[in-house]
Design a protein around this ligand. Structure first.
Ligand code: ZN
Length: 368
């Protein structure tokens, strides 16, 4: 615990900003549901949190005013959090801010755009979001944009970055906004590493060599990303960690589809509320009917990356509040010390643990 507390722990990805907007949750209190709040973050020794500003294209569009508003609402919610509770949060945009938050005993709140939908196919909007405090962006989430392919749809299998997509990457480099390859297609990944002049990061991904899903990175990709000076931040989601788990989930999803649909129809609220109703059913059924996965599997992925490219290119990106199930013994941010415990058990030194928990990401942010 003392080693964990001395380290600067930076989680690159949670989806709690949507809870702030859609559920109006008060994360100053310990919540009885979800995976993240200020109380549990303190218990878990977390120092800095990147809040994902996620625009779900199926609900808000792949571009246009609604997509932009969805991003802007989440950004406002994160900024309001720091304004209303300055004793807990420090709105941060740099490594220096993160260090200041640590020295003041606060949690640094940072932001990243998940999917480039909100830039509305306009280069000037990259700067707009940079000016609002956004410090990373992934070009696409599970739905391809006109300018970047996603790992989540068929178009993405052959779509990389077009000329506009490459100009977006160059603009991000110019501003000092990290390019995130989590969720992008393989062709997009390669176009990003070949275009970016700055370190490329994956904010919440794992290794395809262990869990063979398109969302994960191949060994060649991990080597190429490391060559840019970047960091693979390992996700804590069983589907991306455990071999074969995605097939069990797919089968279960088919079985519970009518139940999920029914919950959605019974929910009288708006589209976001209906999504919450569907997720509640999935949470319950996954917990009941899918095999548990433990923190040791997260460390298997960390080990794999360390063996490929060394300890300087791995970090953490939980995806808390963005997944319907977590690992059994790292179920919420409060249990983050269990990761340190497992790293130490496997022989990592204090210096190495500190790099993995956040030191490597601080290095990338310092070079922005
Ligand atoms: Zn994601």
């Amino acid at each position: 615990m003392s080693i964990h507390q001395r380290a600067i722990a930076i989680d690159m990805h949670v989806d709690t900003a949507q809870r702030l907007v859609d559920e109006d949750v008060d994360i100053q209190q310990q919540l009885s549901d979800g995976h993240f709040d200020a109380v549990r973050a303190k218990t878990g020794g977390l120092d800095a949190q990147f809040f994902s500003i996620w625009v779900e294209p199926q609900l808000f569009g792949e571009k246009g005013a609604r997509a932009m508003k969805r991003a802007d609402d989440q950004i406002s919610a994160v900024r309001a959090l720091a304004e209303k509770h300055p004793e807990t949060w420090l709105l941060a945009t740099s490594a220096e801010d993160v260090r200041r938050a640590v020295s003041e005993g606060k949690i640094a709140a940072l932001m990243g755009l998940e999917g480039g939908y909100a830039i509305d196919e306009r280069l000037e909007n990259v700067q707009k979001y940079y000016d609002l405090g956004v410090r990373y962006m992934s070009p696409a989430w599970s739905v391809s944009t006109s300018w970047a392919g996603s790992s989540g749809d068929d178009i993405g299998k052959t779509r990389g970055l077009n000329e506009f997509g490459k100009s977006v990457v160059r603009e991000m480099n110019r501003l000092g906004m990290m390019v995130d390859v989590s969720h992008v297609s393989d062709p997009t990944f390669w176009d990003i590493v070949n275009t970016s002049t700055a370190a490329v990061v994956a904010t919440h991904s794992a290794c395809r060599a262990i869990a063979d899903v398109p969302r994960n990175l191949t060994d060649d990709m991990i080597r190429a990303l490391a060559k840019t000076g970047g960091v693979v931040n390992v996700i804590f989601y069983p589907e991306h960690l455990e071999p074969g788990w995605h097939l069990l989930k797919k089968k279960l999803d088919a079985e519970i589809a009518p139940m999920v649909q029914q919950a959605s129809e019974a929910e009288p609220g708006d589209a976001a509320q209906k999504k919450l109703a569907r997720d509640r059913v999935r949470q319950r059924e996954y917990a009941r009917r899918l095999p548990p996965v433990n923190v040791s599997r997260i460390v298997d992925h960390i080990d794999h990356i360390v063996k490929l490219v060394g300890v300087d290119h791995v970090g953490i990106g939980s995806d808390f509040d963005g997944v319907q199930i977590t690992t059994a013994d790292l179920a919420t941010v409060a249990e983050l010390p269990n990761l340190t415990k497992e790293l130490l058990r496997r022989g990592y030194s204090e210096t190495e643990v500190a790099k993995i928990l956040g030191g490597n990401m601080l290095r990338v942010m310092e070079a922005l």
